[in-house]
Design a protein around this ligand. Structure first.
Ligand code: BDR
Ligand code: CA
Length: 358
């Protein structure tokens, strides 16, 4: 399996990314770090511990490092999205272990004692390296890019030699969600995003254009619940885990309907994990992408060079296919443009089956 480090701000859709990262056999999750974003760092870290202890076996949860990261962006005050995710980042979710549980408490203490940059470095250093992706660590970022930027700035040689790619949910070609053209994760810390996009490593961007097609429909909900009329849970779910996931996704559905008018909620973050486990489900194109940090109306916008104004920089390189071709010049980002949505939801249901067994 591919070794993966997940950096997240849970968050309802981050929670689903964590579920997939724990239960897809193609992925070996080696660490989970937290960042400010959907909620305060205090909340996102507590949520990460709650989710891991609720979704994984006690042994697996104990063995997985959770590390608390940055509490604020590099240069700006932090923003939180309580409108979509509730006051604590996981509004409306029933049945998750909470901060009074002994396992959660222990994970939380551990998380607070860690250093995110050093923990990512240790995980990268443990990889053998080499040309193929199997010998390298894949980093997935489903929140703001502050932690990832600090890691890239501190250990550029590890990023170059031991990381296969940074797969991030963020950005958009065109329509944004928290400004006309800006997407939340990038808007929160555009300077950090600009640093990551220019790092000397393959960057994969999973933008709103495709996450807005990845809708959790009422059919998906029915399949999730496997409802039984005699069930003890209010949703009629067959197991406690299914009840929890259904309340989570239905809260997200309600806020997305209220705030953006979506009939079914777009579940953004887990697409990054599915991209790593099942890349053939995605289509995309390599482009030059720059992050606008100073625009009067466009700060936090990902400027995608659809017309190839800067292709010449890449063609001038010795080997435009090599790892060394990713970075400051030319096409620096592989932008995902299409995903097989039914195949994604089938993977989700498989993970729920597996998680039900632990
Ligand atoms: C992104 O912002 C957060 O609200 C979600 O968790 C996702 O990572 C979507 O813009
Ligand atoms: Ca997120």
């Amino acid at each position: 399996p591919l070794h993966v480090w997940l950096d997240a701000d849970p968050g309802h859709d981050d929670a689903i990314a964590i579920l997939l990262a724990l239960h897809l056999p193609e992925i070996k999750l080696v660490g989970l770090s937290t960042v400010h974003g959907n909620g305060s760092l205090e909340h996102t870290t507590l949520n990460a511990a709650r989710l891991v202890c609720s979704f994984a076996s006690p042994e697996r949860a104990a063995a997985l490092p959770i590390v608390q990261g940055a509490a604020q962006p590099l240069l700006r005050p932090a923003k939180h999205d309580t409108e979509i995710h509730g006051d604590d980042g996981l509004g409306g979710v029933e049945g998750l272990l909470d901060g009074t549980d002994e396992h959660v408490k222990r994970k939380l203490l551990e998380a607070k004692a860690g250093n995110v940059v050093l923990a990512m470095a240790e995980a990268a250093r443990a990889m053998p390296g080499g040309e193929g992706d199997e010998g390298r660590l894949a980093i997935v970022a489903t929140g703001t890019l502050t932690n990832a930027a600090l890691f890239c700035a501190t250990f550029p040689e590890l990023v170059r030699d031991k990381v296969s790619q940074i797969v991030l949910m963020g950005g958009a070609e065109g329509r944004g969600n928290r400004s006309p053209t800006g997407e939340f994760n990038i808007i929160c810390d555009p300077e950090a995003a600009a640093m990551v996009f220019d790092a000397e490593v393959k960057v994969v961007m999973v933008p709103l254009n495709i996450t807005h097609t990845n809708l959790f429909t009422s059919d998906d909900n029915q399949r999730l619940l496997q409802a039984v009329s005699s069930s003890a849970f209010s949703t009629g779910a067959k197991t406690p885990l299914r009840h929890t996931l259904s309340t989570l996704l239905n809260f997200f559905a309600a806020t997305y309907l209220k705030v953006f008018g979506f009939e079914a909620p777009p579940v953004h973050d887990p697409l990054c994990i599915a991209y790593l486990s099942h890349p053939h489900l995605f289509k995309g194109t390599r482009f030059r992408v720059d992050v606008e940090t100073i625009g009067r109306h466009t700060s936090g916008t990902t400027s995608v060079d659809l017309w190839g104004y800067r292709d010449a920089e890449l063609t001038a390189m010795e080997d435009p296919e090599s790892r060394a071709s990713w970075g400051r010049l030319g096409k620096n980002v592989w932008v995902a443009e299409e995903v097989d949505v039914p195949a994604f939801w089938a993977l989700f249901q498989e993970c729920v089956d597996r998680a039900d067994e632990v």
